[in-house]
Design a protein around this ligand. Sequence first.
Ligand SMILES: [Zn+2]
Length: 110
Amino acid sequence: MDSPQPSQACPACQAPADAAAAFCSRCGKPLAPAGSPRAKWHQSVGFILVMIFFVLGPLALPLIVKNPRLSPRMRWVLVGITLLYTVVVIDAGRRMVSSMTAAFNSTLGL
Ligand SMILES: [Zn+2]
């Protein structure tokens, strides 16, 4: 019972492949990490945080909610961070506009 057990098959040519292999030994195509806990780049917490703070803001919420790698507690933490950050950014923008309006009005002597 010590024959090597291939735990994945090449999606292109169906050749059995070693679980640790990243590419097919027969055709050279990349192997899908079928059912493995191997991290996908778009599911890492670091990537999600970058998307929240620098790119998407609250639009990053689907990345959190649909992420199978996050525990329910981690999802709630990230959703909370996203909503808090959104409120802070909106408030900062509102204050910036009102201070610019005040400066503009005082320049005009209003
Ligand atoms: Zn192949």
